[in-house]
Design a protein around this ligand. Structure first.
Ligand SMILES: C[S@@+](CC[C@H](N)C(=O)[O-])C[C@H]1O[C@@H](n2cnc3c(N)ncnc32)[C@H](O)[C@@H]1O
Length: 249
């Protein structure tokens, strides 16, 4: 199987077979090219028909072309793998700008955030802790990647587990997701989070390259939420569509 993968990847990306290095982690196979630090290739082991997709303009993901979106296991493996270099790979300013806009949009919807409990869904390395809006807010993060969570914890973010929400131990005034929904194929987290959102509470997200809007809208409609596709806040065009989800009062 591994030899087949070697050959397949080498052929696909036009690199000599001798350059390909493979490492296995659970169901995921990481492929590195010996002469380059990048790209990193993440492969679904069971993929029979594969297609290539680039991510962050840096990584090539070889994935099962029958899957409509990136497989969640691949996304999880990718973020665990890049956690410690994440902030040097992304444009931190761009993400901070987006997080600030999401905080501002929540405040417009529910009023001043002082004392409010706000969840950063897909908090990653905890950039929102550094936002100028994070004053007097009870900010909580949640993320699937243990390594991203560890870094958020080091930044001083309070990181919760899904059990806290399944057991409805937390009541949320608002939720935001920055650069997350375009990657999310396992959406099972949304139902318990929505249940923890106060009546009248909001969830606000950007959708990178407008990806994922329909699938998230569908879920929220089933949860009886209402949807407002927002006019882009000033300067936000590069972050993709902004959508606001309201829980009925
Ligand atoms: C591109 S990063 C964005 C991180 C942070 N929000 C930011 O703006 O820098 C996407 C994050 O979403 C997390 N993620 C992806 N799918 C998820 C899911 N289904 N549930 C929770 N977190 C998820 C990843 O682990 C990763 O940390």
């Amino acid at each position: 199987m591994l030899i087949l993968m070697h050959k397949l990847v080498a052929r696909r990306i036009g690199v000599p077979l001798s350059e390909i290095r493979i490492r296995r982690r659970g169901d995921i196979i990481f492929t590195h090219i010996a002469s380059q630090a990048d790209p990193l290739l993440v492969i679904i082991r069971s993929a029979k028909s594969v297609s290539l997709q680039t991510y962050l303009d840096k990584f090539t993901i070889v994935r099962d072309s029958r899957l409509p979106s990136l497989d969640q296991a691949v996304v999880d493996a990718l973020f665990d793998e890049i956690a410690f270099t994440y902030e040097s790979i992304i444009d931190v300013k761009r993400n901070m700008e987006n997080i600030d806009l999401l905080f501002e949009t929540i405040a417009k919807a529910i009023g001043p955030l002082t004392g409010a409990t706000i969840l950063d869904l897909g908090c990653g390395t905890g950039l929102s802790v550094q936002s100028r809006f994070n004053r007097g807010i009870n900010l909580i993060g949640i993320d699937r990647s243990p390594k991203m969570r560890d870094i958020a914890l080091l930044k001083g973010m309070r990181v919760a587990g899904i059990k806290d929400f399944e057991n409805q131990c937390v009541t949320l005034d608002g939720i935001f997701a920055s650069y997350v929904f375009h990657l999310m194929s396992d959406t099972s987290i949304l139902c318990p989070l929505w249940k923890c959102l106060k009546p009248g509470g909001v969830m606000i997200a950007n959708f990178h390259k407008n990806r994922g809007v329909e699938s998230i809208n569908e879920i929220i409609v089933k949860l009886n939420g209402s949807i407002i596709e927002l006019d882009q806040p000033d300067g936000s065009e590069r972050h993709g569509a902004y959508v606001e989800y309201h829980k009925q009062k």
